[in-house]
Design a protein around this ligand. Structure first.
Ligand code: BTN
Ligand code: NA
Length: 599
């Protein structure tokens, strides 16, 4: 049933440019909406710079006076890791490979329950400001510093991808000024983060998350209506077999299956929602531990909604273009402008949506980077520093990270891979080992500092060997379009010759990137335990109270008490399993009550 439509695409696939002049994409109202977004974000920043304690202490600037409620915290938690990468990358993923990626939603259950009931209680009761303070309490100063530096490395790269993605995508399709937008976005974000601190970052995240959902919803509604209605879209999508079934293929080199997404995805979620400073800081800014746990529960429905919106957008895009099977990097933006041009204000709304996604993520990154640099690297060196000076320095740090992020944006220009893959690989390669470090500390009392250090280093080396190896050996990978033909072939032959390795290594390199978090986390734990046992395991009684979570006690709760004692599974968190279970039940009940009570 292929309609004989004329292809809406210009002849040359490489340079898809809708010249704003003839297409009249952006009317004045569109620019106004984009400007309103930046102005509103600045306004919130200024408001928190001039109200409350006027950002005079690090407790307020970095921790929002630990006074936040669960609703803003939960929306800010989503905004931190739902950036333009997901808004552009997920629809392209669904268009190209079908809805298999949607199964990552199954990882959100354990991916949020474990942080709510394991990581939050430990961090909250230690009353730390930075997650890496935990590493010094549990291990040593050296482990804390390595953890902090690893986190900084991860977030600086991730930030660059998040700033660059929306600007480059828009420029490629609509000629929207590239570096002007990167500068405008980066500077506005740096300003309101530097002026208003965590309170401003959280409240701008709330506003930006609403804009993000609105923009995606608008594209879906207009897209379905222009593609013949829901029934027609469903028929085209079904015929194009874009609705993937449950793929239970256990092969770990299979890119997306229920196992790589549903199980591998849990480790990805734990590395973000369990131990990433940006999220931990939000939990710690909650007024009570219960409020923090509740905000984690409230993330679940909104995260599922965000995932559904971006997946449905990909399906509508497929229904629209399936008869012209083409795929080029900026197809999603092209589709959006194809749907929305001629509807004044909607292209502007989508641009606002794209930059809301970017701003909310990079502002969280700036603020968490400033916090860990201050708390983990500077304050311990200068304990006598006055509050005023420390707060001023935190603001300077937020500003510096903002400028560094612009530089990273340019580096992203050179990466060329699909941005969703790049972002998820960064989390897997760097977030995975950090998750392993925290799990080693919380669940294994025998782990000592040397084991933790060696485990982290080996974990990072293996992670980068795997990550870079997979990029280099995927000779089938389409190199960025701008490469000229003969150079590409020469490079590819050189790489394939150099890397023509035995099948074992080839299989290692072809591990699905969705397993990176789980694989690297496990490496750190195994190496960490082996080294700890070789260098004299820590005794339970020597461990700082409150830094252990009796995971083994929970798992073996059926064992008699004396055996559990031997397996050192006491419950230092002071709650037996049954108390834990009824806490979960009570939380669910109050959460459901809150939702309906609000209605
Ligand atoms: O959107 C981004 O900036 C990064 C890609 C998504 C990161 C992970 S995927 C699972 C979880 N769900 C989200 O919305 N973000 C995180
Ligand atoms: Na975001």
């Amino acid at each position: 049933a292929q309609e004989q439509g004329t292809s809406p695409f210009p002849k040359h696939q490489e340079t898809i440019k809708m010249d704003p002049s003839d297409q009249k994409i952006f009317t004045v109202i569109d620019y106004v909406i984009f400007a309103v977004l930046l102005a509103a974000s600045m306004g919130i920043g200024l408001y928190y710079a001039l109200s409350g304690g006027r950002q005079r202490t690090t407790q307020e600037f970095l921790m929002a006076d630990r006074s936040m409620g669960c609703l803003p915290v939960s929306l800010s938690l989503i905004a931190s890791f739902q950036s333009a990468v997901a808004i552009i990358g997920v629809p392209a993923e669904i268009y190209t490979h079908g809805t298999q990626y949607w199964f990552i939603g199954c990882a959100y259950i354990l991916g949020l329950l474990i942080p709510a009931h394991i990581f939050i209680p430990v961090f909250y009761r230690l009353r730390v400001s930075s997650a890496y303070q935990y590493l010094e309490l549990r291990f040593s100063k050296a482990v804390r510093i390595c953890g902090t530096l690893t986190f900084i490395f991860q977030m600086v790269i991730y930030m660059g991808v998040c700033v660059y993605t929306p600007a480059f995508a828009l420029n490629a399709v609509t000629g929207f000024e590239l570096w002007g937008t990167v500068l405008a976005t980066g500077l506005v974000c740096t300003l309101y983060t530097t002026l208003g601190g965590l309170k401003a970052v959280i409240w701008t995240d709330v506003f930006q998350t609403v804009v993000m959902f609105a923009g995606q919803l608008a594209v879906i509604v207009v897209g379905v209506q222009k593609t013949g209605g829901v029934a027609d879209v469903w028929r085209k999508v079904w015929e194009g077999n874009r609705i993937s079934g449950l793929d239970l293929n256990p092969d770990p080199t299979e890119r997306h299956t229920f196992w790589t997404l549903g199980v591998g995805g849990v480790f990805l979620m734990l590395s973000l929602y369990g131990v990433n400073q940006a999220q931990v800081q939000r939990y710690l800014s909650s007024r009570t531990e219960k409020e923090a746990v509740r905000s984690c529960y409230m993330v679940f429905p909104s995260l599922q909604l965000a995932l559904a919106l971006s997946c449905v957008m990909g399906l509508v895009m497929f229904a629209r273009y399936y008869m012209f099977i083409v795929c080029f990097p900026q197809m999603v933006i092209y589709f959006v402008m194809d749907m929305l041009h001629g509807l004044p204000g909607l292209p502007g709304l989508f641009i606002a949506c794209l930059f809301s996604a970017a701003l909310s993520t990079i502002s969280s990154a700036f603020n968490s980077l400033a916090t860990v640099t201050m708390e983990d690297l500077i304050k311990p060196q200068y304990p006598a520093m006055t509050e005023a000076r420390a707060t001023l320095l935190s603001k300077v740090l937020a500003m510096s990270y903002g400028l560094l992020c612009l530089a990273m944006a340019y580096l992203t220009h050179l990466m060329g891979d699909s941005v969703l893959q790049v972002a998820l690989k960064i989390f897997g390669m760097v977030g995975g080992p950090i998750l392993g470090l925290f799990c080693l500390g919380m669940f294994f009392p025998w782990a000592n500092s040397i084991g933790a250090l060696v485990g982290l280093c080996v974990g990072l080396v293996v992670a980068f060997w795997l990550g870079i190896g997979s990029i280099l050996t995927r000779s089938t990978r389409p190199l960025p379009l701008e490469c000229s033909a003969n150079v590409t072939i020469a490079i590819q032959t050189a790489i394939s010759l150099f890397f023509s390795q035995p099948s074992g290594l080839k299989r290692f390199y072809s591990l699905s990137y969705m397993w990176y978090s789980g694989f690297n986390c496990t490496t750190v734990i195994l190496i960490g335990l082996i080294i700890s046992f070789l260098t004299g395991p820590t005794k339970e009684e020597d461990v700082m109270p409150g830094t252990l979570y009796p995971l083994l006690g929970k798992l073996f709760c059926f064992l008699p008490e004396h055996l559990k004692k031997k397996l050192c599974c006491v419950t230092p968190l002071g709650q037996t399993v049954s108390e834990k279970i009824d806490l979960i039940a009570k939380n669910l009940a109050t959460f459901i009550y809150n939702v309906f009570a609000v209605e």
